[in-house]
Write a protein of this length. Structure first.
Length: 152
């Protein structure tokens, strides 16, 4: 549990986070970094917070507020009940991942949602690698590494 707090604190201390106006933070799933504290802190910091919503092979961005309620959607991941779909791109994105390489390449759940998202993304992407989840990843031609990596 201490590791999760340390990871969250390191993210919140990044100048790129402090300078951001809109943050994209996935709702944690499985063994990923728990993001509830990060999301609630971003909302308290008056950041616009968006979370992913999967529609077929597309990942959409839904804006949330402290009053947003959620339901289990595809893969059992929580999504907003009535989140507003936005077209704008966030300036800060936390990348989920099962494991990361030292160069910031990630292993996800295989849907390719974040790979497609990152192709045209111009903001800062951050990956957090929990202890024991650093691995060698041979990137595919469509893989995009995180701009910033935090290793615990």
């Amino acid at each position: 549990m201490v590791q999760y707090y340390v990871a969250t604190k390191r993210i919140l201390n990044l100048q790129e986070y402090k300078d951001s106006k809109m943050v994209f933070i996935p709702i944690s799933f499985g063994s990923e970094l728990p993001t509830s504290l990060l999301i609630s802190t971003a909302l308290k910091d008056s950041k616009r917070v968006v979370v992913p919503a999967v529609r077929g092979k597309n990942m959409l961005l839904q804006e949330i507020t402290p009053q947003t309620t959620f339901h289990k959607a595809a893969f059992g991941i929580l999504e907003p009940d009535d989140g507003k779909i936005i077209e704008e791109m966030p300036d800060f994105t936390l990348l989920p991942g099962l494991a990361f390489s030292s160069l910031g390449f990630r292993i996800g759940y295989g849907g390719g949602y974040y790979d497609r998202f990152l192709v045209d993304y111009k903001g800062i992407s951050v990956g957090v690698c929990m202890p024991g989840f650093k691995t060698c990843v041979i990137p595919e031609k469509w893989d995009c590494p995180a701009d910033i990596m935090i290793f615990l």
